[in-house]
Design a protein around this ligand. Structure first.
Ligand SMILES: [Zn+2]
Length: 329
């Protein structure tokens, strides 16, 4: 009986203490509400990114990470994305003061119902081409997604910093441009997980997109495909194919041919530009020349040049780990 009363008293004390803490937290929340929402969002973000580094990547367990349906752009994701952009701009961006950062952020706001597409570059960072492409993006306040090769990261950290500082997205293109179909499940995880770990360790950045080299991820129904999809789910990656290839890797394809092909309203399959994912490589001089025409031309036609994650988040299907995308639907 005495023990029961003692327990009850302890519980009451704990509840009282709890409500005091809640009130204190509420008060501090009200105070912080006076600050800018971006600053608040950054605080939320750093709480997430300050989490201790995982010692090892999780073993793929597809059932642990169910695909999350995202019918439209989610408010909480949008807030987190703004926080991520704010962090990248302040950490890696070349801005003089906070006002510049807010101006840049404003320019990155997306109209989720507006026309948009995603320009992507594979195989970099590759100096001096990557820097020249970033010059074009910066001059036009445009963003793109860079699917980087892990082996190139260490020597080109300044380029990755600049990509992040311009609000671009970084995707995974494996460690050494391996054909994932030819690797064992363990080798696949070392190659893909290695790039994720590198970006997180160097920049505190979490990659959520995988573009398998040669767009090879196993035929439907095969063990290879099932394993690659299971790995993507476990690593929280969406697999990104493309809608249109610029053919910049073809020797006989000129900058003008790339421009004409990219700017055509319809592709060979009759698909329009809206919602498309365009494939380029940041390793050819002609790609830089083509970009100088393509980027302003697309903007003039009203297309928002967004990253792949943004494009997919704004689509009906949303961004789902382990899904394979060639277009936003
Ligand atoms: Zn490639």
């Amino acid at each position: 009986m005495v023990l029961g009363a003692g327990l009850l008293l302890a519980v009451l004390l704990l509840v009282g203490l709890g409500s005091l803490i809640v009130r204190a937290v509420k008060k501090s929340k009200q105070a912080s509400a006076l600050e800018t929402s971006a600053a608040t969002a950054v605080a939320t973000l750093s709480a997430v990114t300050d989490a201790p580094l995982p010692t090892a990547l999780p073993t793929p367990e597809p059932t642990l990470v169910p695909a999350t349906p995202a019918p439209a752009i989610q408010a909480e994701w949008y807030e987190a994305r703004t926080a991520q952009l704010y962090k990248n701009l302040t950490t890696y961006g070349n801005y003089r003061d906070a006002a510049d950062v807010y101006l840049a952020l404003e320019g990155m706001q997306i109209d989720p119902k507006g026309k948009m597409l995603a320009i992507t570059f594979d195989d970099g960072p590759y100096p001096p081409i990557t820097g020249q492409i970033l010059d074009v993006l910066e001059a036009n306040h445009a963003r793109a997604t860079f699917f980087v090769k892990g082996a190139y990261i260490d020597a080109n950290q300044d380029l990755i910093r600049r990509e992040l500082g311009l609000g671009c997205e970084i995707g995974n293109h494996t460690m050494n441009h391996e054909d994932l179909e030819k690797l064992s499940p363990e080798e696949r995880r070392a190659s893909v997980g290695g790039v994720n770990d590198k970006l997180y360790q160097l920049f505190g950045y979490r990659i959520h997109l995988l573009r398998p080299p040669y767009i090879k991820y196993g035929d439907k129904g095969t063990d290879t495909r099932n394993d690659i999809v299971a790995m993507a789910k476990a690593y929280e990656l969406a697999i990104v194919n493309h809608t249109r290839s610029s053919h910049d890797s073809h020797d006989d394809y000129t900058a003008q041919m790339m421009i004409d092909r990219t700017l055509a309203e319809k592709d060979e399959l009759g698909r329009g530009l809206n919602g498309s994912i365009l494939l380029f490589h940041d390793k050819y001089a002609k790609t830089v020349e083509a970009m100088k025409v393509i980027i302003p031309a697309l903007q003039q036609r009203g297309y928002q040049l967004v990253t792949v994650s943004e494009l997919l988040r704004c689509s009906k299907e949303g961004l789902n780990w382990g899904w394979i995308y060639s277009k936003a639907d």
